[in-house]
Design a binder for this molecule. Structure first.
Ligand code: B1H
Length: 829
């Protein structure tokens, strides 16, 4: 009975939760003022904006509370199978707007606030978004839990309550500077701590065997521990009266930990111990795609999965539950390899604590996990040194060794005499040092292994996990990612939402394939005009935000060209930049006149991992190019770069609706899926993109004529690499490319300093791991096609409408349906 927020009441009458306040402005105002007075301890006239925001959030919370209690009671009583989504990241974005949307209280709240002399938009702007994730992977987790709640599927999202989320980015002289993100500083009205449901988590020590009435058993004798405190968050379903739970864990020092020290009088040491424990959930690692094998990170991973599994088994199911039936009640979805240590943890609980036979425990464990892989970059595949694992989690390492030994026996039985294959597939590798390959462990343990777009799943099975696919082809499947239309259409783009609802009725929000019904309207000039007005309003809104937030002016009438994603070389922000630099160079050299430029503003949004030197150099270059071209009168204001700092979910919601062109230009074979590509297409942007990740599916759905394809395909990339890629050849043979690179080297963007960007240029000329130079020509040609297409307003609008109409597939509701059918075998109750 603990899926929800609190312990079960003891007598039947207490089961009826308090009534939800009425959906009227008066009732809303009453609750709001009460929250302000008794919750915040202030009167309206004395309250700050933060007081008002907190009281408003708590008011909306009251409307969700009954539903939350009811949902959890209903799930517990039904005894149905739940999803345990295990993710080290949830990039939630602001909560208030989403809660108002889910409860349909937006208009009531707006009027109620007006009645109190307050502005709802101003209060909403007070919320600091929980940035508990890096990028696509964390945002995907947030979209998935939204969809499961909306579909009425029992799900608990388990994760980490980082005290500091993804760093705040600012620019100083064009360079990225990181500041901590103290997102909890002004109070967090959306969380419910439950210290009484805390869980102890052990670390270190050694293992020993002992005789248990004639049976030899192993136990772990840890030497330190911390406590995990759960904080529950509401995950409201859209207009369905359901509220699921997201349970994030926060680390605290145990009493035993510091008490002995306090008693001995060593206060500084006692405080140190406390700090040490609480460091575990102090901060999100800001690496996207390239994890650093740091000890604290492994502590984070084990900490949150140990808490989550213990929580589910002992509190959700209860102490009397027969764990033989575990697979009927839970499937833990592993969001990448970050939570994979959950596999040996469940084995340890079953074998060491519950005294299951190994084989039986393994049968159960195998049914309780499924694994989603999110990458193809070799450096992104997590690997832990056995030395570190053995020191931190000695029993888990033993269990992994046994899983591996049994697994390799199975490989030998299927491929007798093929010892090379055995070495290649071993979970424990000796190359170069003894280490555990977490993706292999996840693949061996999972009932299913999925990639996140068709091409990615194909490449996983053909390349990264090829040997495993040969052994167990039925394990491998694809689920193409999706995005929640609630946040990324309804909340982000109220103008488009209204146009769609006026045209189709409101059902599309939970049935996104209904957008297909917009298709005929692409031929309707009135609809096209209305559609352009929507885009125009979004541009004005984005422009207002950028002016207030960053002092950036978006010139009216420009093509809005958007590249928003983490800064990574494989994503190729440098290719976008070379396009801009080349246009500038063509004007400077007189090859074209400024008047021939299609008026265009290129908007970048990107954070670089603080330790990723080259990515930070690229940020510097983007800003440097921006500050020169934005002020050069020779361009007549027809080419601009806007690079607002601190791109996050909140800013994404503002920018995406304003986009005309969506840049999805990774080197083919490297972007597992992408999800920004889906958000932009669904908001009526056309994509310029490579045949990579979900771009492949977007193009297939919207049609070639509504998509600007360019660049090498994945097989062409592989062939070029095999034949010996020499980037300098492209520089030598392509005058336009050479002129653009030479302009960067000339010092024009660095006050005459010719060395400032030499590392970027020389990396492109000499190595160019991601084949920017090879794709340059094709990209420039595709941009010419964009230019031409955008010049025909009516035709462009048709294409944009068709993008919206044909992308309903990319709802995360569909993705969740696929997981439910293909992987989880669970359903709504
Ligand atoms: C994705 C990550 C990722 N893939 C390591 N891998 C991390 C890897 O903290 N770390 O160490 C954090 C994140 N993130 C992204 O997942 C892919 O690059 C996107 O293509 C994909 O759309 C997204 C969701 O599947």
């Amino acid at each position: 009975d603990h899926i929800g927020p609190s312990s079960p009441p003891t007598h039947a009458l207490a089961k009826a939760p308090v009534a939800t306040p009425q959906h009227s402005v008066d009732a809303f105002v009453k609750v709001f003022l009460q929250e302000l007075n008794t919750g915040q301890g202030v009167t309206l006239s004395r309250s700050t904006v933060n007081d008002q925001y907190l009281a408003l959030a708590r008011t909306v919370r009251q409307y969700l509370m009954t539903r939350w209690l009811e949902t959890s009671r209903h799930y517990a009583e039904s005894g149905s199978k739940a999803i345990g989504y295990l993710s080290a990241e949830y990039l939630l974005g602001r909560q208030l707007g989403n809660a108002l949307l889910a409860t349909d209280l937006g208009e009531v709240a707006e009027e109620a606030m007006r009645g109190c002399g307050l502005d709802l938009a101003r209060l909403r702007a007070q919320e600091v978004e929980p940035g508990l994730g890096n990028g696509g992977l964390g945002r995907l987790a947030a979209c998935f839990v939204d969809s499961l709640a909306t579909m009425g599927i029992p799900c608990i999202g388990y994760g980490i309550r980082y005290e500091y989320g993804i760093f705040k980015q600012s620019f100083v002289d064009g360079r990225q500077v990181e500041q901590p993100d103290p997102w909890l500083a002004l109070g967090n009205p959306w969380e419910f701590p439950h210290p009484e449901a805390s869980v102890q988590v052990n670390f270190g020590g050694h293992t020993e065997t002992y005789d248990d009435g004639g049976v030899q058993r192993t136990r772990w004798v840890p030497d330190w521990n911390v406590v995990g405190v759960p904080y529950n968050y509401m995950v409201p379903g859209y207009h369905n009266g359901k509220v699921n739970t997201l349970r994030l864990w926060s680390a605290k020092a145990t009493n035993a930990f510091d008490l002995a020290l306090f008693n001995s009088g060593d206060y500084p040491e006692a405080v140190r111990a406390q700090t040490f424990a609480e460091n575990i959930t102090k901060v999100l690692y800001p690496e996207d795609s390239t994890p650093q094998g740091r000890e604290l990170r492994l502590q984070q991973q084990y900490f949150f999965v140990a808490c989550s599994i213990r929580d589910f088994i002992e509190r959700v199911l209860g102490p009397d539950f027969d764990l033989h039936q575990l697979p009927e009640r839970i499937i833990f979805q592993l969001n990448d390899t970050h939570p994979v240590i959950a596999v040996p943890e469940l084995m340890r609980i079953l074998v060491d604590e519950r005294h299951f036979e190994w084989d039986e425990a393994w049968q159960i464990t195998k049914q309780c996990f499924a694994y989603t892989c999110h990458t193809l970059l070799p450096e992104a595949l997590e690997v832990w040194p056995t030395e570190l694992l053995g020191r931190l989690l000695p029993r888990h390492l033993e269990i992994i060794r046994r899983i591996n030994a049994d697994f390799l026996d199975e490989v030998r039985a299927s491929f007798p005499g093929d010892e090379q294959r055995v070495r290649n597939m071993s979970i424990i590798s000796d190359d170069p040092n003894s280490s555990v390959r977490m993706a292999f462990l996840a693949t061996v343990a999972g009932t299913k292994v999925n990639g996140v777009a068709e091409l990615h799943s194909q490449l996983l099975a053909d390349k990264v996990l090829h040997d495993f696919d040969e052994l167990w082809p039925e394990k491998f499947t694809n689920v193409t990612n999706g995005i929640t239309p609630r946040r990324f259409i309804c909340l982000a783009n109220p103008w488009l939402s209204e146009l769609i609802s006026d045209t189709l009725g409101v059902g599309w929000v939970t049935d996104l394939e209904r957008l297909a019904e917009l298709e005929p309207y692409a031929q309707d000039p009135d609809f096209r005009r209305a559609f352009r007005e929507v885009k125009q309003k979004a541009k004005v809104h984005a422009s207002d935000i950028l002016r207030a937030r960053d002092g950036i002016e978006l010139p009216p009438g420009h093509l809005v060209d958007i590249m928003i994603k983490r800064l990574h070389e494989y994503k190729r922000q440098t290719l976008k930049l070379l396009h801009v630099v080349s246009l500038y160079e063509q004007v400077l050299s007189g090859e074209i006149t400024a008047s021939q430029l299609q008026p265009r503003t290129v908007i970048f949004g990107a954070k670089a991992a603080p330790g990723y030197w080259m990515a930070k150099e690229i940020i510097h270059l983007i800003n440097a190019v921006g500050s020169v071209i934005n002020t050069d009168p020779r361009l007549e204001g027809r080419l601009k770069i806007a690079f607002p700092a601190n791109y996050n979910v909140t800013l994404a919601e503002r920018l995406i609706p304003a986009a005309d062109l969506s840049e999805q230009i990774s080197l083919a074979g490297l972007e597992a899926s992408g999800t920004g590509n889906m958000k932009l297409a669904l908001n009526g942007a056309l994509t310029i993109g490579t045949d990579d990740g979900a771009n492949v599916e977007i193009r297939r759905l919207v049609g070639d004529e509504n998509f600007f394809l360019f660049g090498l395909s994945e097989p062409e990339v592989a062939a070029l690499r095999d034949s010996g890629y020499r980037p300098r050849q492209y520089y030598e043979s392509n005058p336009q490319l050479r002129a653009a690179l030479d302009l960067i080297s000339s010092g024009i963007f660095s006050n005459g300093n010719r060395e400032a960007f030499a590392p970027i240029v020389s990396s492109l000329l000499n190595e160019d791991r991601f084949m920017v130079l090879a794709d340059f020509q094709s990209y420039m040609e595709a941009q010419l096609r964009v230019r031409e297409a955008f010049a025909d307003e009516e035709e462009w609008t048709k294409k944009a409408i068709l993008n919206v109409a044909r992308c309903g597939f990319f709802s995360s509701d569909r993705a969740m349906g696929d997981y439910l059918r293909e992987i989880w075998h669970a359903s709504a109750i």
